[in-house]
Design a protein around this ligand. Structure first.
Ligand SMILES: CC(C)(COP(=O)(O)OP(=O)(O)OC[C@H]1O[C@@H](n2cnc3c(N)ncnc32)[C@H](O)[C@@H]1OP(=O)(O)O)[C@@H](O)C(=O)NCCC(=O)NCCS
Length: 403
């Protein structure tokens, strides 16, 4: 049995065979299978490791080279996908071996963080991933937005097919990548599939020559639903312009649904707006993302409140070790090893013992230090919890990219 990295053109006959079986309606009709090669350009930069026994592929894991904002800094992110094993080779440890090797190689290549959409969170919890919040889907009647029809808003709208408006949307998501915690972006070669498929409308809102909001969407028929993807805005005006656009569909669709960040409050968007907001999880197909640090270097230089703590990270092949986290100067300094840092601050700091999922949950802002022991993510004495809380205040990551 051997483990190797695939060349792009090998995918259809190896990893994609397993993926078709696991994730598609199967068996796949031969004519559909024959067309798969057309999708190879959208995978050209992905890294895939497979376990092979002779000509038979037993398991595969893939990584999409992405970028992600973690507390204001944009990092290289390994977007893990295509995790699959042969139905006759499951529960033999192949995925554990492959994923451990892949993440180790990527960490050595400089990837600071990794994220994925799990089929079951407990599976990836064993690999150090922490759960992130699920985006919300909000739906409402366009009739409830009637007030916006009469509003005299500055700015303008542009309405296009995605093939024409793709660059606007991509440019706007680049801007959000730079500013929004948790936001992640696919590489160009993959993202461009949305332009080439041309299956969506895009409406963008501009003010003073700048894009302040954009959303892509489809409509399923007259009297039906306008299904919007993520409602992306950088200002209340951007959102108001997009809501005004939705309001103009009052005689065309019965409902509008759109995806919003986990900390969004659609019930406050407008007076007399009856919203239904939900975040429905079910396994394996409707899942919230997970993420982890592959290196604590990702935390270095973070803008933070003063705090000083030692963390001993255990049970992890990538980040295990002892680290001093010092935010004395408003910037987090991460020092590996058991020393106590600069002479000026040589007093022994409190120490927490954390799993990789525990430190990742703090870095992404999704758990309070007091929750970590309750969830089996470490031991956090009260003094260490106070320091960790100062360094890693709660935050709401919004992953955005679906992959
Ligand atoms: C999920 C899947 C990839 C697991 O592959 P596998 O080859 O059985 O995985 P491994 O044998 O390497 O198991 C890795 C670990 O996960 C555990 N595990 C396996 N299936 C699990 C499950 N359904 N839930 C929780 N843990 C599970 C194993 O016990 C093992 O733990 P250990 O190493 O601590 O002993 C495989 O069942 C599959 O292809 N399923 C269909 C496709 C799919 O859902 N892929 C995941 C997409 S995110």
């Amino acid at each position: 049995m051997k483990i190797r990295r695939l060349a792009n053109e090998e995918r259809p006959s190896t990893s994609w065979r397993l993926q078709e079986y696991a994730f598609e309606r199967s068996p796949m009709p031969p004519e559909q299978a024959a067309k798969l090669r057309e999708y190879l350009p959208y995978h050209e930069g992905n890294v895939t490791l497979v376990v092979q026994d002779g000509a038979e592929t037993l398991a595969a894991v893939s990584m999409i080279p992405m970028r992600q904002n973690v507390r204001g800094t944009v990092h290289t992110m390994a977007g893990v996908s295509g995790v699959v094993s042969h139905p006759l080779a499951r529960r033999q440890g192949h995925i554990r071996t492959l994923l451990t090797q892949l993440l180790g190689e990527l960490r050595d290549e400089g990837y600071a963080v990794s994220a994925l959409y799990p089929f079951r969170p407990s599976f990836y919890g064993r690999f150090g991933y922490a759960a992130l919040p699920h985006p919300r889907t909000v739906s409402f009647s366009p009739a409830d937005l009637g007030g916006w029809l009469r509003a005299d808003l500055p700015g303008e709208l542009r309405w296009q097919r995605i093939r024409d408006g793709y660059d606007t949307h991509r440019g706007f998501t680049e801007r959000l990548l730079a500013s929004r915690h948790g936001f992640s972006l696919l590489p160009d070669y993959r993202d461009v599939q949305r332009r080439e498929d041309d299956k969506r409308w895009i409406v963008s809102a501009r003010h003073d020559g700048e894009v302040v909001g954009a959303v892509t969407y489809t409509i399923d028929g007259h009297g039906g639903t306008l299904h919007a993807d993520d409602l992306l805005t950088v200002s209340p005006l951007g959102r108001a312009l997009l809501l005004q656009f939705f309001a103009r569909h009052v005689d065309q669709v019965a409902r509008i649904s759109t995806v919003v960040a986990p900390d969004e409050t659609p019930e406050l968007w407008s007076t007399d707006l009856a919203t239904h907001t939900e975040s429905r999880l079910s396994f394996p197909s409707s899942v919230a993302p997970m993420a982890r640090l592959l290196s604590l270097d990702a935390l270095h230089g973070l803008s933070t409140a003063p705090g000083r703590v030692r963390v001993d990270i255990v049970d992890d092949p990538f980040v295990a070790g002892s680290y001093l986290l010092d935010g004395a100067d408003g910037r987090l300094e991460v020092t590996r090893g058991s020393g106590s840092g600069s002479a000026a601050t040589s007093a022994s700091p409190p120490t927490a013992t954390l799993t990789a999922a525990g430190i990742s949950a703090l870095a992404y802002g999704v758990l309070d230090p007091d929750e970590l022991p309750l969830r089996g993510f470490g031991t956090v004495p009260r003094e260490a919890a106070a320091e960790l809380r100062a360094l890693f205040p709660r935050a709401v990551p919004y992953l955005f990219s679906d992959f």
